[in-house]
Design a protein. Sequence first.
Lengths: 564, 300
Amino acid sequence: MNSENVIAAINERCPGAIVSSTQPLPTRLFLTVNKANMPEVADYLFNSAKARLVVSAGTDKSPINGTYEVSYIFSLDQDQLMVAVKEIVDPADPRVPSLTNIIPGADWHEREMRDLMGIVPEGHPDPRRLVVSDDWPEDVYPLRKDFPYNYKPPRVTEIKPPMREPKENEKQATVLSIGPFFPTLEEGAYFRLYVEGEQIIGSDYRGFYAHRGIEKLTETVLDYNQVPFMAERICGICGFVHSATYCQAVESAAEIEIPPRAKYIRSIMLELERIHSHLLWLGLAVHYLGFDTVLMQTWRIREPLMWLTEQITGNRKTYGMNLVGGVRRDIDAETAGKILKTLEKIEAEAKDLIAAAAEDNSIKMRLENVGTLSKEDARKICVVGPTARASGVAIDTRKDHPYLAYPDLDFKIAVQQGCDIWARTLVRAEELFTSISLIRQMIDKMPAGGIMADYGPIPPWREGIGASEAPRGECAHYVITGPDNRPYRWRVRASTYPQLQSIPKMLDKMSIADFPIIVGSIDPCFSCTERVIAVDTRSKNIRTYTQQELLAMSHRNFGQGRRS
Amino acid sequence: MTNIAVGVFNILLVLLAAPLLDGFLRKVRARIHSRQGPPVLQSYYDLAKLMVKEDQRGANNFIFNAAPVACLGSVLLAALFVPMGGVVPLGFAGDILVLVYILTLAPIFMCLGGMASGSPYAYVGVSREIMLLMVVEPVLAVALISTAIKANSLVLVNCIDRYVSSPPDISLIIGAIAFFLILQPEISKVPFDLAEAEQEIMEGPLIEYSGRKLALLKWSMYSKQIVLIALFAGAFVPWPRTGFLLLNIVIALIKILIFAVLVEVIAQVFPRLKISQAIRYFAIVIAVALTGLVLAVMDL
């Protein structure tokens, strides 16, 4: 189905719904529809055209034309087409019809829009607070343009997390609070489990404790080429994919064609990141089962990769390689040789380890038929990445919306039908080796030439959608270019965002013992890198260590530095 | 007089060597993980640290406060019934039965303390511990009683003597295997450390304990490790036995070390099981142990 078909079908179903349409790229279709027709259009796209909701974003354009805009971006995965459907909202009456009843996966998007933009999704089944903190005032909306980025709301004394009331069958159950600080989950996240004996009969989630206002900061103080570095800090594990996706979105909005060599380098880094992330996940997953031997061995296997990326980029993680228009560092022949050598070692060791783990019946026993997510639910909640692929939904952004070097490469996407954690493990194990093969192909085919495109000022009011396959699934960024050399609106949808919404389905009827591995099985992306603060209890002095001091301490404690 | 000396020796050995054994096992574990591992004395440092740390008073009632002391006390009491090199300080007719009861006391006290803390994590841990006890303790009792039937005596030392003096019978070998299989849950090692399961319920019954009380509980867990392995080594693998007490003690210590390493290695090559899976597994072990008992009755 191409874009003409989509427009024709919408016109046929609800004539007059489409106000305007543009198609800046063959793979991107932007529609503006009447607010009243939005549910019908969404229903057509989601249920008839079998599109998947990628991201939605509310934009405050009131300083420009006195309106708010709400965009829902759908992906037609079979047709390499992304359709952005926009509705115009009057700031005096900021209400839109909710789509959550049609698309369950729209739940969080709409709650986020309400929290940050004050756009009320009418008919939303569960309009609780999602993003802003518990003590945030009711009528202050941070992403509105009249909200200054450094505004601090007054403190309140009474804080109550917005948890739902227990359902009828949960009233007699024991409440087990997991979080906000639970040792197994490295990041602040609060799960409230209703349990009967060992069995979980209901669950509720409150997250966003680490909401840092990155989007707001970008729209107010950063410029186009500072954002990649901010974007990379969204996640401590797959940060590169965020900066790459942001750059992709801006480049597609501004129609900048980046040099082929830069495309390859970005793709190589993306795949290296996937290898490190999957190995990290495998280790964590078995750690949740109390199997620390495999944890330690996987991380030992992963370590040379961290040294490798440090040699390529200067950093173990948070590579800082991307700029709009290209990359900052080249990969020369010597480095390429090192990459191949490291991969060879990792491949051999990972093969042995995974073979040993796969033969181990006790691991399989803990993972099979645990945390199941049916294919139907996976599609409804619009989950992505290994979580979707393990439930038989064959989507992979690298194939569905080919970007960077991927159109030139030969690979198969890993799909499993098991729907359980074992299937997710198999998918990730297979992807690990796919990534190694992809990097080999890329180093083999690497084109010569520059690594940075020449481009002039980026024109304002263009829209761009970037999507790439992060280790955890599709990562999507939506950018509206602005007049001040910075994005007017930048919406980030990390891959964990849809996955987390599927957790209640996975937890249902499982035992408490399965909880850590179920939450772990979606590979939740924890991100928080703060400086260490030490408090002297006698003098009550707070001392913040500088980076130099921390480095000195770490060198002292681990006498033999690894750099020989 | 000798009995008092041996008793003091047993208690001191258990109290003082238990953290050393744990520290050594941590080193072994680290080696399996390809890690450097903490110093061998780390478990002493941990206990010392906990001893001087502030007690957060997770709960304040008699049972919660008394449980750690009672727990350690019952482990030490059990140590008086266990042969370390052939001699049992508190041996008397029927001591096997007493030992079976005393060995159950330590986990029961820990469970009581956990229940008294009121934490839901502790409740989950306690319910798992009790379920495990119900399938593990019968094996322990059946294995010990098999030897008693063979020796026709309820005195542990007599049973061991009978064991040493004649070639091993099939029933005793089965009993030994069954006993070895329950070492893992008895001393809270993966795959059967469900009651503490750090990643799931954050050490369950221990969750509200801190400072000195936590140190006592940790210490009693280390001690229980050495007592049970000593019991296994002494009662089911009593060879080689020499005529000299000192040499016997050295041999006993070496055996304890070997079996402890074996248990640790097993703990490092399995993931933790769920309670339902663990119970299914121990149902089989119970069946095996009962077969041993039947064979013992048939004098095989």
